[in-house]
Design a protein around this ligand. Structure first.
Ligand SMILES: Nc1ncnc2c1ncn2[C@@H]1O[C@H](COP(=O)(O)OP(=O)(O)OP(=O)(O)O)[C@@H](O)[C@H]1O
Length: 241
């Protein structure tokens, strides 16, 4: 069988904010069809890694290939300057929390995620898929998002990201702030998504929600990655400190 293509190839990436260096000379390869868990305690750089890939950190240097095209820039780029291009090249960043407009309905939010001409044309099919992944949203499609529960709002913000025509989905702490049962439901829904030629990296502090469900778990510790089982050990040993 042919080797899966590399959706993301990060080499020698360092990134941070002002004088603060958060990511240290990091390498990461993500292949098509892979679902990867990125675990690490608060403040160890999961969000900063996602932001660096999206070109949103204060500064960064190193190589980042998305679908074989260079999207890494130099220290002087300025945050957000190239993000629109990176998104058009196939990145969907689903940030922490609920970045939603309270007056818009569920359906309007989902539509807003279909911003490329092709995604817009296919928006009805794409919305059906989101409603299959998050069934509670189907009945709420005409409800303003401000009236939804925290768990439903999280489904909307993730659903909007999934509407994009992306090959790499970076999902930042999808269970954060939700009741454990609701958080687990959101994670289970993310696991059920058919990736085919795309890939997904899910950042989570709660390793129990990922273990056995993703293809690989990678640990993040002070801006560096540690692979496989050592990720779980590292987290547990940190908890004991
Ligand atoms: N927008 C920002 N401006 C300045 N510093 C930031 C910014 N975002 C994160 N940092 C700093 O970068 C470091 C790593 O934080 P980061 O959010 O990447 O970690 P994390 O592992 O994702 O943790 P969390 O779960 O809290 O998001 C922290 O010291 C944090 O204060």
């Amino acid at each position: 069988m042919a080797e899966a293509r590399e959706v993301l190839s990060v080499q020698g990436l360092s990134a941070g904010w002002g004088p603060l260096r958060v990511i240290h000379d990091l390498d990461l390869i993500v292949k098509a069809g892979e679902r990867i868990g990125l675990v690490g305690l608060n403040g160890h750089g999961k969000t900063t890694l996602f932001y660096a890939i999206a070109g949103l950190t204060g500064w960064q240097r190193g190589s980042i290939l998305l679908n074989g095209r260079q999207i890494g820039r130099t220290r002087s780029q300025g945050p957000g300057r190239y993000t629109h291009q990176i998104v058009r090249q196939g990145l969907a960043l689903i940030p922490q929390g609920d970045e939603i407009f309270h007056g818009l309905t569920v359906e309007e939010h989902l539509d807003s995620g279909a911003f490329t001409p092709r995604a817009w044309k296919e928006r009805a099919t794409r919305k059906r898929r989101i409603y299959d992944v998050f069934p509670p949203l189907r009945k709420l499609s005409n409800t303003p998002v401000g009236r939804l529960s925290g768990g439903e709002r999280r489904m909307v913000s993730i659903g909007r990201g999934l509407m994009a025509e992306a090959s790499l989905f970076l999902v930042d702490e999808p269970s954060l702030g939700l009741a454990p049962k609701i958080g687990k439901g959101v994670l289970d829904a993310l696991m059920s998504i058919e990736l085919s030629d795309s890939a997904m990296v899910i950042a989570e502090q709660n390793i129990a929600l990922l273990e056995g469900k993703v293809d690989r778990v990678i640990g993040m510790h002070v801006g560096k990655l540690k692979g496989g089982a050592s990720a779980a050990l590292m987290l547990n040993s940190n908890r004991d400190l």
